[in-house]
Design a protein around this ligand. Structure first.
Ligand code: SAM
Length: 272
C-alpha cells in the first residue's frame, strides 16, 4: 500500500516547503557539495525546494531528482527552469520502484522523505543498491519531539502531538530524526555519521522567526487543523489555543528551538 503524504500537495504546502528550504539553506546544506561530473539521485524531491540549492551549489554535478507526485514534479520543473538550471533531470517515479540500473549513481540525497514512509529501511536499502561502491548517501530529517519553546504551552504541545499522531496513522514517523543512525546502519551503510542541526529563533533573528517559527513550523501545525479535529485527536479550542501560543513564541520575548538530523553514510565496497 502506498503511504499517504500527510501534508498534502496544496499551494500553501508548496510555499511552506519553499520557505523552509530558503531559511535553512546554510544550516542544512553548508557541508554538502558534489564534485564535477558526479551523478546524484535526489529521492522525493517534491517541488524542488532542495533541488535548486543542491544544483546551484554543485553546478558541475548532474542531478536526477524524482518524486512520486506528478504535480510536484511539474512544479519542480517550472522552478528549475526559472532558476536556469541545466544540470537537473526531473522525473515522476516511485523511489521503491526506480527504473535505474544498480550502482548507477555516485551519490544519493534524501530530505524530509523517510518521515513519511512506513518502510524507511527498505527505502534506504533500495537507494543503497543504486549507489556505486563507496558512493555516499545524505539523509536529512526532522523530529517534532525536538520542538521546545518559550513561553511553554501544553496546548501548543498537544497541537504538535496531533501532527505526530496523524503522521503515524498515515504510516510515517514525525520523530524519525533521532532514529537516523540505527536506520542507516540497518540499511547497510558504512561509516554513518549523524549530526544534529538546531534551529534557534528569537527576536534578535527576525528572519528565522518569520521563515522558520512562523512560516514553516507553525504553518505546518496550522495545516493539520481539520484532520486533527476530524480524527477527534483534540478539541478545536485547544488546537486554536496551541496555534496562538506557537505564534506567541514569535514575540519579542519568545524563543523557539527545533533540531534537524543530517546523516551521511557510504555504500560498502563489498555488499553486506
Ligand atoms: C516533505 S516532502 C519533501 C520534499 C523535498 N525533499 C523537500 O525537502 O522539500 C516529501 C516528498 O516525498 C515524496 N514521496 C513520498 N513517497 C514517495 C515515494 N514512494 N517515491 C517518491 N517520492 C515520494 C512526496 O511526494 C513528497 O513530495
Amino acid at each position: 500500500m502506498r503511504d499517504t503524504y500527510v501534508h498534502g500537495y496544496g499551494s500553501r504546502e508548496n510555499e511552506r516547503l519553499q520557505d523552509q528550504a530558503g531559511t535553512l539553506v546554510e544550516l542544512l546544506h553548508a557541508d554538502t557539495a558534489y564534485p564535477r561530473g558526479s551523478t546524484v539521485l535526489e529521492a522525493g524531491c517534491g517541488v524542488g525546494a532542495q533541488t535548486i540549492t543542491l544544483a546551484q551549489r554543485s553546478p558541475e554535478a548532474r542531478f536526477t531528482s524524482v518524486d512520486i507526485s506528478a504535480d510536484s514534479i511539474a512544479e519542480a520543473r517550472r522552478r528549475a527552469d526559472e532558476a536556469g538550471l541545466t544540470n537537473v533531470q526531473l522525473r515522476q517515479e516511485d523511489l521503491f520502484d526506480l527504473p535505474f540500473d544498480a550502482e548507477s549513481f555516485d551519490h544519493v540525497f534524501v530530505c524530509f522523505v523517510l518521515e513519511h514512509l512506513s518502510r524507511p529501511v527498505e527505502a534506504l536499502t533500495v537507494l543503497r543498491g543504486l549507489l556505486r561502491p563507496s558512493g555516499t548517501i545524505t539523509v536529512i530529517e526532522g523530529d517534532h519531539g525536538s520542538a521546545y519553546f518559550h513561553p511553554d504551552s501544553p496546548a501548543a504541545q498537544a497541537a504538535i502531538e496531533c501532527q505526530v499522531r496523524l503522521q503515524a496513522e498515515a504510516g510515517g514517523n514525525a520523530l524519525i530524526g533521532r532514529q537516523l543512525y540505527p536506520l542507516m546502519v540497518e540499511a547497510g551503510f558504512d561509516g554513518v555519521r549523524v549530526s544534529p542541526r538546531m534551529v534557534y529563533a528569537d527576536s534578535s533573528r527576525p528572519d528565522l522567526v518569520d521563515g522558520f517559527t512562523r512560516r514553516t513550523f507553525t504553518a505546518m501545525i496550522e495545516g493539520i487543523r481539520e484532520p486533527a479535529i476530524a480524527a477527534k485527536l483534540i478539541e478545536p479550542s485547544t488546537f486554536d489555543a496551541g496555534v496562538r501560543d506557537l505564534h506567541r513564541t514569535t514575540e519579542s520575548d519568545g524563543a523557539f528551538c527545533y533540531t534537524f538530523f543530517k546523516g551521511v553514510g557510504r555504500r560498502p565496497t563489498t555488499a553486506p
